[in-house]
Design a protein around this ligand. Structure first.
Ligand code: NAP
Length: 326
C-alpha cells in the first residue's frame, strides 16, 4: 500500500510517498481501507517539529481517516468487514490504517466519506472546546479565531446551534462571506480590521463571554481584550507559530480565565464523548450541521495540500483521497 512519511522535520518537501505492507489488526484493532484522510493543522506542526510531544521522524503523516472496515482483530465486537467508519489512527495518509476499536465511530449516513473525515479531530474539538470546556450557552457571545478553517467552520455551526451570538475572525473578505453563509452573525477580516475595535462596535462597547483562540502571537493578547470580566479564553493552537504573550497580572485584574485545550484528554472521557456524538447525530438529522470539503486532493498531493494550508489558501475541511470508492 501507499503511505506518506515525514522523512525529517522541515517543509512540505519532507513528505515522501513510500510503499509499505498492509498492516494486520491486532487484538482489539480494526483494519480500515481508507477513502479519505483528514488533513489537520496539527499535521503541519508535527512535520515542522513544533507539536508538543509529537513524533520523531521518520513517522507516518496524519492521524484521522474515513473508510470501510476490511478486517477486525480478536475481541472486536462493534465492527465487522464492510462497515463504514471514521477513526483516529497513526499514519492516516495511507491506503489502509489500523485503529483501536475505541478510536472508531460509525460514519453517519448524512455525510459522505470526505465530509466524515472531519469528525474525529475537527468536530470533536469544536464540540468539546465550546460545550464541554467552554460551557457555551444560548444568548452568550463567542469570538472564534480562524473561523473559516476546518475547525473554525465546525465551531461556527456548533456555537450557532447552541444559540450563541457568533463573531468569527478570519483572513479575507471571501472567507468572511463564506462564514456568514454558515450562520456567523459577525464575520471580521482580521488581516484588515482591528478585532478589538470591531468587537466593541458590534457589541455596543460590550465584550464576549468566550473567546476561542488558535493563532497565537499578538492574537492571544488581542483576544483577551475582547473578553468580559470572568469570561474564558480557550487557547488551542498556534497557527502563526509565534508563542502567545500576555501579562498574567491582567488575568487577576480582570478575573479572566485562560484555559488550554487539547482534544486527546477529552477522548478518554466517555460521558463527554457520548454527549458529543449524540449532538452530532441530532444536528445532522435536523440538517443543522454539515462539513464543507472545498479541497479534496489525491494522496500523492500531500505536500501541495500542506503548502496550501500554511499559505492560508484553504477554507473548510481539507482531505486527501486514496481513489478507493466503496
Ligand atoms: N488543541 C487541539 O486539540 C486542536 C484540535 C484541532 C485543531 N487545533 C488547532 O486549531 C487551529 C485550526 O486547525 P485546522 O486544522 O482547522 O486548520 P485550519 O483552520 O483549516 O487552517 C489554519 C488557519 O489558521 C489561520 N492562520 C492564522 N495565521 C496563520 C499563519 N501565520 N499561518 C497559517 N495559518 C494561519 C488561517 O486562517 P485565516 O487565513 O482565516 O487566518 C488558516 O487557514 C490550528 O491552530 C490547530 O492546531 C487544535
Amino acid at each position: 500500500m501507499r503511505t506518506i512519511v515525514v522523512t525529517r522535520y522541515g517543509g512540505p518537501e519532507t513528505l515522501v510517498m513510500q510503499e509499505a505492507p498492509v498492516p494486520e489488526p491486532g487484538p482489539g484493532e480494526v483494519l480500515l481501507r481508507v477513502v479519505a484522510a483528514g488533513v489537520n493543522y496539527a499535521d503541519i506542526m508535527q512535520r515542522n517539529g513544533l507539536y508538543p510531544g509529537g513524533p520523531n521522524p521518520p513517522f507516518g503523516a496524519g492521524f484521522e481517516a474515513s473508510g470501510v472496515v476490511e478486517k477486525v482483530g480478536d475481541g472486536v465486537s462493534g465492527y465487522k468487514p464492510g462497515d463504514e467508519a471514521v477513526c483516529f489512527c497513526e499514519s492516516g495518509y495511507s491506503d489502509y490504517v489500523v485503529a483501536q476499536e475505541i478510536h472508531l465511530l460509525p460514519k453517519p449516513p448524512q455525510l459522505d466519506f470526505q465530509q466524515a473525515a472531519a469528525i474525529p479531530c475537527q468536530y470533536l474539538t469544536a464540540y468539546h472546546a465550546l460545550c464541554t470546556l467552554g460551557n457555551l450557552s444560548a444568548g452568550q457571545t463567542v469570538l472564534i479565531y480562524a473561523a473559516a478553517g476546518g475547525l473554525g467552520t465546525m465551531m461556527v455551526q456548533v456555537a450557532r446551534n447552541r444559540g450563541a451570538r457568533v463573531i468569527g475572525a478570519c483572513g479575507s473578505d471571501e472567507k468572511c462571506a463564506f462564514i456568514a453563509d454558515l450562520g456567523c452573525d459577525h464575520p471580521v477580516n482580521y488581516r484588515e480590521k482591528d478585532v478589538v475595535a470591531e468587537v466593541a462596535a458590534i457589541l455596543d462597547g460590550g465584550k464576549c463571554d468566550l473567546v476561542v483562540e488558535s493563532v497565537g502571537g499578538d492574537m492571544t493578547e488581542q483576544g483577551l481584550r475582547c473578553l468580559k470580566p470572568r469570561g474564558m479564553m480557550i487557547t488551542l493552537g498556534v497557527a502563526s507559530k509565534q508563542p502567545a504573550m500576555f501579562n498574567a497580572v491582567e488575568l487577576l485584574a480582570n478575573n479572566w480565565i485562560v484555559a488550554g485545550f487539547h482534544l486527546f484528554a477529552y477522548t478518554e472521557d466517555m460521558a463527554a464523548m457520548m454527549q458529543a456524538v449524540q449532538h452530532l447525530h441530532q444536528w445532522l438529522a435536523e440538517d443543522k450541521l454539515t462539513v464543507f470539503v472545498k479541497h479534496a486532493l489525491p494522496l500523492e498531493k500531500a505536500a501541495e495540500v500542506h503548502e496550501m494550508i500554511e499559505n492560508r489558501q484553504t477554507t473548510g475541511k481539507v482531505v486527501l483521497t486514496t481513489g478507493y470508492t466503496p
